[in-house]
Design a protein around this ligand. Sequence first.
Ligand SMILES: Nc1ncnc2c1ncn2[C@@H]1O[C@H](COP(=O)(O)OP(=O)(O)O)[C@@H](O)[C@H]1O
Ligand SMILES: [Mg+2]
Length: 318
Amino acid sequence: MSETAIRTEGLRKVYRTGFLRRAFVGLHGLDLEIPRGEVFGLIGPNGAGKTTTLKLLMGLNSPTSGTAQILGEPIGSMRAMARVGFLPERPYFYDYLTATEFLHFYGQLHGMPRARRIDMIDRLLPLVHMERARDTQLRKFSKGMLQRVGIAQALMNDPELVVLDEPSSGLDPMGRLLIRDIVRDLKTKGTTVLFCSHVLSDVEEVSDRVGILIAGKLQDVGTVDELVGKRETTVEVTLHGLTDDLVAELPLQPHRVSSRGHHIFEAADHSAARALVAAAVERGGELFGYVARRESLEQHFMDEATSVERQDREAGVR
Ligand SMILES: Nc1ncnc2c1ncn2[C@@H]1O[C@H](COP(=O)(O)OP(=O)(O)O)[C@@H](O)[C@H]1O
Ligand SMILES: [Mg+2]
């Protein structure tokens, strides 16, 4: 069995656009190796080439040049796809199917027998907090609900590799935390996860390594600590619906109260933030915002983006 989940060598995609078929480089020769069991977060601004990369790996788009293997098989091969789960950027949902029917449909595509499909659906719907909507038609779902069902779909075949394109998109703060928990659970099981986001805080907490993709080029790869050096992380937690008496019982006191009556806390790290959220929710409070501040990674990222933009402008590439 291959110890490498994903390997790419010089993977490159050139798009031809417009009437004049002008060449546009979506991805410049990507060299990347992701070992099995790793959680890899690909970050980059809109248009960086994240979706292009994931689609190439999923065999949904063919590379202009270069090669790649997933789970030891060439990209696009049926043998590889049977062991992969994928959440596309814009999943297609069959409006008139219920959540359960939709998952059965995907299970059938994977050739899963009925009993196993039922078993997986019973496990996955609670995992994405959708058991109450199991018999509701997808056309009645909000964006966040669809995203949750999309994630359940990506896990339906109990994949060895899970690839998620912007899994937190459209989700509220609770939904974003849920995604991080799901990714963490997958990691505990030894599943490899490759996901991308343009939101740093979605990626940095759960990723073993992070890749920074800007203008189609992988600028940097490493653990968050390697990329920015060991620095303090603080988490800003915004809670709603708490009385002063309840606030007094919390493990942390608010930094300030907003004009709309939200209590804003500055937690020293994620575990302190989680303890605070748990205590507040238990007392009837509502989580309104959860933002990790690693200003240094943010700064690192912005610096890279600015310098790449400048170089490309000077070279007349973009
Ligand atoms: N099918 C396509 N034809 C032409 N250009 C494309 C196509 N798909 C993506 N692009 C361009 O390639 C760049 C990277 O896109 P994408 O991979 O979707 O970025 P990201 O997911 O990081 O936001 C963008 O500038 C986008 O406009
Ligand atoms: Mg994208």
